[in-house]
Design a protein around this ligand. Structure first.
Ligand SMILES: Cc1ncc(C[n+]2csc(CCOP(=O)(O)OP(=O)(O)O)c2C)c(N)n1
Ligand SMILES: [Mg+2]
Length: 608
């Protein structure tokens, strides 16, 4: 006889989520840190009631549903996808506020569980408050908008449907290749309806996070390609960190002498001072990485999606005979750029490469070239860290000051603006996950909630947030959540009076920064203080360092505001990024930009 328990749909969901565990490398722990969200009439009586009944499943109220999802994604990223949060919202705008977060999670392949409320399944009282009606169908709500941004999407019309839906939810969330946002749309009436749920559904369940093995034939072909290569380069992506493969990567490249370039998601795969670390790759890459990429005869992509920033819009690899080997858990990525695909976990594959290539080393002159390029690059970083710009400091000096103030395990976090590019080039990552950049979706507003997620994932690490004035104005409000949850972060707010990044881009397109300047005086210190943060404004690098020392000693969130010289940007290093320029225009500057653009585009390549 199967025993059952009579619960509402919402109660059964919480009871189920509480009991989900994951295991990798023999280590087991709970998968969900709890629930984030905001209540409205679409979830308060269902999920809200259930959360009140199960106080051992923590509930964290946030200020915006969007940032709730960002917090969950930041937590998942900092936990190498071994943990996440669920997010609850009401119907209508509460739900649609989560769509940006859902897209961010799916683009970055990060697991988050979204439980938006939905309109009555019963329908007799429709249209309910906040319902979008359709004359063409009654099976229609704004929650359908989650479909293209979710890896799994389902709507629960009857309480028993969760018995088959919830295991699918967990399969996708714990998949090393398919994870992303999972959306279970929960009509507000169904959340409150009771059903006799099988006890088995509610018992502890442990999901094994697989370390996929490569198939022998693919491995042999990849090994042969490396053996035949004289100028190989590894492009390390986020998959290296998610697989916790940094030590295996370091061992493999120390053994073979193969240099390593890092994508945004993969930065910190090697410690910056490892002799094979060439730093950032692509449009925001270092001179060392970009020079090596240009002439490499073999690119070994590990856990990378080859975004346009990584491939410099397909101009980075110019050797006519260049070939690719891709190690990836996702078949989809493994097959990109016409590669020899090795569909496997990064750590497993690297260890097998190391064993199979014990007699391989790169030629001596290539090793000498990489060493020379590395030392030149490190001198460039030192120069930019200590520019001594007259007047306001340059952004690169601010980065240098934060780096010098931070400890070996501390985290730098950012997402949009001129900061990702500058940090990608200049930050010297000391430990895995010490560099936390959301650059799949590059979403302004990720920074503060994402930092709270990183802090929750590992409270022993100080989290520094590098934030623009534009981004601060878009959503500063999770500072309140940081105080409510006692999650201390240090925000360095770079005030350059507008969108310096897009302003620079606009000028490079001949458009003179139109619409990107912000001329109003804004009291950021007063604003941050009003939300409860400790806040100060500093005028020099020395003052910044002393403010950061103070912030480290405090146990609550600090905002340190510094005005910078927007004209002293970090240069590019022999790379470019394809942003299409108007083909016809009245402005001569735009027409000139178009001519340059057409020239640059000639270097874009297909790899088939
Ligand atoms: C949600 C969102 N809207 C728009 C953009 C496009 N965008 C990228 S950077 C940027 C400006 C950011 O300004 P700020 O935070 O001040 O950084 P700065 O460019 O000055 O370094 C904009 C609007 C984006 N990335 N995300
Ligand atoms: Mg700005």
């Amino acid at each position: 006889m199967h025993t059952t328990r009579r619960l509402t749909t919402a109660q059964a969901i919480i009871e189920f989520l509480k009991n989900q565990y994951v295991e990798r490398d023999g280590k087991q722990h709970k998968f969900f840190g709890g629930m984030l969200g905001i209540f409205g009439h679409g979830n308060v009586a269902g999920i809200g009631q259930a959360l009140q009944q199960y106080l051992d499943f923590p509930y964290i109220p946030v200020r915006s549903e969007q940032s709730g999802v960002h917090l969950a994604a930041g937590y998942a990223k900092a936990s190498n996808r071994l943990k996440t949060f669920a997010c609850t919202s009401s119907i209508g705008p509460g739900a649609t506020n989560m769509i940006t977060g859902a897209a961010l999670a799916t683009v970055n392949r990060l697991p988050v569980l979204l439980l938006p409320g939905d309109i009555f399944a019963r329908r007799n009282v429709a249209p309910v408050l906040q319902q979008l009606e359709s004359p063409g169908s009654q099976d229609f709500s704004v929650n359908d908008c989650f479909k293209p941004v979710s890896r799994y999407w389902d709507r629960i019309y009857r309480p028993e449907q969760i018995v088959t839906a919830l295991p699918e939810v967990m399969r996708v969330l714990t998949s090393p290749s398919d994870c992303g946002a999972v959306t279970l749309s929960l009509p507000q009436d169904v959340q409150t309806e009771a059903y006799d749920y099988p006890e088995e559904l509610l018992e502890k369940r442990v999901w094994l996070i697989r370390r996929g093995q490569p198939d022998q034939e693919s491995l042999d072909r990849a090994v042969a390609a490396i053996q035949a290569s004289r100028h190989p380069l590894i492009v390390a992506g986020g998959g290296v960190l998610m697989s916790e493969a940094s030590e295996s990567l370091a061992a493999f490249v120390s053994q073979t002498g193969i240099p390593v370039a890092e994508s945004q998601a993969g930065k910190g795969s090697l410690p910056w001072d490892h002799s094979q670390s060439m730093g950032a790759m692509g449009a925001t890459g270092t001179l060392a990485a970009n020079r090596l990429a240009r002439s490499a005869d073999l690119i070994i992509g590990i856990g990378t999606r080859y975004s346009d920033f990584t491939s410099a819009s397909m101009t980075a690899f110019q050797n006519p005979r260049v070939r690719f080997v891709n190690i990836n858990t996702a078949e989809f990525d493994a097959y990109k750029v016409g590669a020899i695909p090795v569909v496997a976990d990064a750590r497993v594959a690297l260890d097998q490469f190391a064993a199979a290539l014990s007699d391989y080393r790169v030629p001596a002159e290539y090793a000498a070239e990489t060493a020379h390029l590395k030392s030149k690059w490190e001198a460039e970083v030192d120069r930019l860290y200590h520019l001594n710009n007259p007047g306001r400091p340059a952004q690169s000096e601010v980065i240098g000051a934060i780096w010098e103030s931070s400890g070996p395990r501390d985290v730098i976090l950012s997402a949009a603006g001129s900061h990702p590019g500058d940090l990608h080039k200049l930050w010297r990552t000391r430990a895995p996950n010490g560099y936390h950049m959301e650059y799949g979706f590059s979403c302004m507003t990720y920074e503060i909630p994402g930092a709270l997620g990183a802090k929750l994932a590992d409270p022993s690490r100080e989290v520094f947030v590098f934030l623009g004035d534009g981004t601060y104005l878009m959503m500063p409000t999770e500072i309140v959540t940081s105080l409510q949850e006692k999650l201390k972060i240090i925000i360095v707010l770079v005030d350059n009076h507008g969108f310096a990044s897009i302003g620079g881009l606009s000028r490079s397109l001949g458009q003179d920064g139109f619409g990107t300047k912000m001329c109003l005086p804004i009291d950021y210190v007063g604003n941050a203080q009003s939300l409860g943060a400790h806040a100060v404004k500093v005028a020099s690098i020395a003052e910044l360092k002393s403010a950061l020392d103070d912030a480290k000693k405090l146990d609550r969130t600090s905002v340190v505001v510094i005005e910078t010289d927007a004209t002293k940007g970090v240069p590019g290093y022999e790379s470019w990024w394809d942003v299409a320029v108007a083909e016809v225009a009245e402005l001569e500057t735009v027409r000139a930009a178009r001519t340059r653009y057409e020239e640059e585009r000639k270097r874009e390549r297909y790899f088939l």
